[in-house]
Design a protein around this ligand. Structure first.
Ligand SMILES: Cc1ncc(C[n+]2csc(CCOP(=O)(O)OP(=O)(O)O)c2C)c(N)n1
Ligand SMILES: [Mg+2]
Length: 771
């Protein structure tokens, strides 16, 4: 063990009380003292904070080691800020501006908060699960010789008990069990209250079974030392029995009502406890009955010290929501705020002088100070903010795979195979992952070359038995593909964790995840979560659209380009040709490694497409900026076809057919509606700052007449491109998919969904009709 067990309990108790005060005061200040300019409710969660202050004091001021990383229950954000305030790494200004612009964020944010936040939280459940994938990435880096043993840490999640209803937690522990995940501490603040009410008694004793069956050690921490002592008094067993059978709602209500109510209830329902009850006054009885393990620093420290191996451990720490505050246990306390009178009473009871509310060590007596400061000093070292670390990996030029006809999906597989064979720093840092669609998203050849990642050697039984197969998947700790079960949320959490490897471990990886395009929606919140914390990865969604004819409507995606259009931190590219894809992948690797970069989403297709002949490289820059003229328009042309991705052959054929009748007709290949839109709004904003530059999309469209019409075409929701008419006020005839798909040949489907030549001709005609 690295830490001496000599932590001064008294100092910890003082610090716990400081956390309880400062978190409550920070929220109070934001709601009742700071001016409110817009009348919006500010909010904050004093009860959720008070529920966790002892757990967090024991963790941050005793158990955490420098390499440990923590995801904090979102509603305990103010406690995390208070901890850093005591450690000297958070400012008073940020706390005074809690929930204000540029102030401490409501829920811990890696990108917006100035204190070290290892994982952002907010959408409950996701902060829990990402720690598991971060631990897997730690194992991966260790196995690949990219992380020294002494730099390894534990991954801690502080969890609200109602968070345990989120299914993504169970998806994660199932995956974790397959990979023999280690070094996890998940600590449940078991206050048995959620947002609306008290949580269901029927789940009592079930959560631990679920975790235990996935290989976790479960430490149920129920009673504090006071209760343990009382159980040893005469008839202490009766008290324990009564507590164990009390319902969540009863326990919470009695906590709220206090000593007198405990007395009446215990005497009525467990008269054997009389001597215990009568030996205590109301205040003492309340203290006894709320002395659950999660509020008892000694109990928590002992538990943490006990578990110093790498076995994944679930601590279920019983707590009281709002512990020590006037609404402790009240079922409506989740967003409840103390009023100024209650706050003043709390201030006095804690010995905080009026006007000294922000003093970090206010009310700490001279005798206790050295002990408290010593604990803080020791803990400070463990919590220093690290600089973000991006790699300096040189990205080689990515050549275009040869082939007159190819699909973007096949070209993707080919590019990765070539990279795997060529080797080099980039190839070695790529880690691929997929939720059971590795083969069908064309990652198979890469995996044949680079192998599956397994902590222990995996023999390819089929290969050893000489059974012919295209997939030769040996596995070992040098493998570079992490195979996941079919749980798309896990894919995104894995990408999030791998995409933070520079921040978490000082080594950047280049994570590539593949899935089917429609199933992005299945893990959408986890994808958003990954982007929210600026994780960097390449997401390859393949195949997509109704172009996936025979697979039918359940597998044909419609709206992901719209999702991408609204998703910060993720750049959508939709290539038609293999050379575009190669350029985009090269760009993606740069963006992953660039401090100002972002993640990338490639929407690919299985349709074999005849490749275009290029006379020069001028298309390339445009393709990376979101679009280029595949067929140049004439000067002041009155119409253009605007198309994206797999339906380009239809656009090219229609252009050929119409070009003689529609003078100057152009064909604009859109490779990223997302980038075009961003560029457009950014240029508008910049114009107000005095910059006169037109955006890429404005430059492209200004080649046409101001009264020109655009026939837009995408194997996706037509709104993906129809907005282009708003850029210069040109008219639009939007073609795209607005109903669920179905099975059929391309000709049949394109005719039925109006993506084919006839529809394009009709759309162009519509635009050219006199208005
Ligand atoms: C995905 C998601 N759904 C809903 C919410 C709104 N919400 C915030 S906290 C909460 C209840 C939390 O209860 P619990 O986890 O037990 O925390 P505590 O009792 O400690 O406050 C809910 C429903 C959320 N933040 N995230
Ligand atoms: Mg709760």
């Amino acid at each position: 063990m690295l830490k001496p067990v000599t932590t001064d309990i008294e100092a910890l108790q003082i610090l716990e009380e400081r956390l309880r005060w400062l978190s409550a005061w920070t929220i109070h200040h934001a709601n009742h003292i700071r001016g409110n300019s817009d009348g919006l409710k500010v909010g904050g969660h004093q009860a959720s904070c008070a529920s966790m202050t002892a757990i967090m004091a024991a963790l941050y001021f005793h158990a955490l080691r420098p390499n440990d990383r923590v995801a904090v229950k979102p509603h305990a954000g103010p406690v995390l800020h208070a901890i850093h305030y005591l450690l000297g790494s958070q400012t008073r200004e940020a706390l005074e501006n809690f929930r204000g612009f540029d102030g401490a964020q409501s829920y811990p944010s890696r990108t917006k908060d100035k204190i070290p936040v290892d994982f952002s939280t907010g959408s409950v459940g996701l902060g829990v699960a990402i720690t598991l994938f971060a631990s897997l990435i730690q194992d991966y880096l260790g196995a690949h010789g990219r992380l020294e043993n002494e730099d390894r840490g534990r991954f801690v999640a502080l969890i609200g008990d109602a968070e345990l209803d989120e299914g993504n937690i169970y998806e994660a522990i199932i995956e974790g069990a397959k990979h023999d995940v280690r070094n996890l501490w998940w600590i449940v603040d078991y206050n048995r209250q959620s947002l609306d009410a008290t949580t269901a008694d029927r789940m009592f004793g079930r959560f631990d079974e679920i975790f235990a069956s996935c290989g976790w050690r479960v430490e149920t921490l129920k009673y504090g030392k006071l209760l343990e002592t009382a159980f040893r008094e005469d008839c202490g067993d009766a008290l324990r029995r009564w507590i164990d059978q009390a319902s969540n709602a009863d326990y919470a209500a009695l906590t709220y009502l206090g000593g007198k109510a405990w007395r009446e209830r215990l005497l009525a329902e467990a008269p054997e406890t009389r001597s215990i009850v009568e030996r205590r006054d109301d205040a003492e009885l309340q203290r006894l009955m709320t002395n659950l393990a999660g509020h008892d620093l000694e109990t928590m420290i002992e538990a943490f010290d006990r578990c110093d191996d790498d076995v994944p451990t679930l601590f279920i720490a019983y707590t009281i929501k709002g512990f020590g505050l006037p609404f402790a246990g009240h079922k409506d306390n989740h967003a409840g705020l103390m009023n100024p009178t209650q706050m003043a009473a709390l201030r006095e009871s804690m010995g905080v002088r009026e006007g000294h509310e922000w003093e970090p060590l206010e009310s700490v007596g001279d005798n206790a100070r050295p002990g408290v400061e010593a604990v803080l000093e020791r803990s400070r070292i463990a919590r220093e903010k690290r600089a973000r670390s991006f790699g300096t990996v040189s990205v080689p030029a990515i050549p275009t795979p040869a082939g007159e006809e190819q699909s973007t999906q096949a070209a993707f597989g080919r590019i990765l195979l070539d990279l795997a064979k060529a080797g080099g720093e980039l190839a070695d840092r790529i880690v691929t992952t997929s939720p059971d669609v590795t083969v069908s998203t064309n990652l198979g050849a890469w995996v044949n070359q680079r192998g599956l990642f397994r902590r222990s050697e995996l023999h390819d039984v089929f290969a050893e038995a000489k059974i012919a197969s295209a997939q030769k998947w040996g596995g070992g700790n040098k493998g570079q593909h992490i195979e996941l079960g079919i749980a798309e949320s896990n894919l995104f959490l894995m990408l999030a964790a791998a995409g933070l490897s520079g921040d978490l471990f000082g080594t950047r990886l280049f994570p590539i995840g593949t899935l089917y395009d429609p199933f992005i929606a299945r893990g959408l919140d986890s994808l958003n979560y990954a982007c929210y914390q600026d994780a960097r990865f390449l997401l390859v969604a393949t195949p997509s659209g109704i172009t996936l004819g025979p697979e039918g409507g359940a597998h044909q995606s419609i709206n992901p380009p719209l999702i991408a259009l609204g998703q910060p931190g993720l750049r959508h590219y939709e290539p038609t040709f293999a050379d575009e894809l190669a350029a985009m992948m090269e760009e993606a690797f740069h963006l992953i490694d660039d401090p100002m970069g972002e993640s990338i989403y490639l929407r690919l297709s299985t349709r074999n497409i005849r490749q275009v002949e290029r006379t020069d490289d001028s298309w390339r820059q445009g393709a990376l900026k979101g679009g280029y003229w595949l067929r140049e328009p004439g000067r002041n042309a009155e119409a253009a076809i605007v198309a994206m991705g797999a339906v380009m052959p239809e656009a090219l054929a229609a252009w050929d057919e119409l070009k003689d009748d529609v003078s100057g007709l152009g064909l604009l290949a859109v490779t990223s509606p997302d980038l075009l839109h961003r560029g457009w709004t950014a240029a508008q904003a910049a114009r107000w700052q005095g910059e006169r530059k037109a955006s890429h999309v404005e430059q492209l469209l200004s080649r046409l007449s101001p009264t020109a019409g655009l026939a837009t075409l995408a194997d996706a929701a037509p709104a993906s491109l129809s907005w282009l008419g708003g850029v210069l006020g040109q008219r639009v005839a939007p073609l795209g998919v607005e109903k669920f798909g179905q099975t059929g040949s391309l000709a049949e489907l394109y005719a039925a969904y109006r993506l084919g030549g006839d529809a394009i001709t009709e759309a162009v005609a519509e635009l050219l009709l006199p208005q």
